[in-house]
Design a protein around this ligand. Sequence first.
Ligand code: G3P
Length: 221
Amino acid sequence: ARSPVLIINCKNYKEAAGGRIDSLAAAAAGAAAKYGVRIALAPPQHLLGAVKGEDLTVLAQHIDDKGVGSTTGYVVPELLGESGVSGALINHSEHRVSADQVASLVPRLRGLDMISVVCVKDSAEAANLSRHRPDYIAIEPPELIGSGRSVSSERPELIGEAAEAIRGADGTKLLCGAGITSGADVRKALELGSKGILVASGVVKSSDPAAAIAELAQAMS
Ligand code: G3P
């Protein structure tokens, strides 16, 4: 089995804006190398081409189900791939898309050898969208996102439930997120059957993002 993955979603937090993305990327790459874990960074969309790092995977926060060519203002997977972006979150709670769009985008990413992370809000949605066999289904209870109260302590049963819900999807792994701030939150989620973590505010809005990343990465190693 591959090692767990830590996905840092920068959202549109101003702490990740402009040149500040570089220190987040450096901290993430440093922690990935030091603790031997996989870390992916999802910068604000306009910075996607700007983030580089050998030990770092870069993911888009959202992609559009639009074509290459004469489409304006959309973010399309083929062009991302050309800029070194490895994959994308799809259907994040803060950027929901239709089930049809998920059905179209997951195989499209697979065809490009890119990573798909389909976000869901509950086990029923996990079961439904896992039919497309994305690389990951990421369950995040919307009410805990950004709350500092973690899915692992507030909704532990949900993680096992979601793992069960996606069991039929060959090759799809479960991630979870919402309110993760500590190494203990991470360890508990992994114990409950998650294969990795999505985190945003616990890292990006921390007074010491590098230390926050290191704590979460260490808990995965
Ligand atoms: O994509 C991860 C995100 O929605 C979780 O946010 O701030 O609760 O870690 P946060």
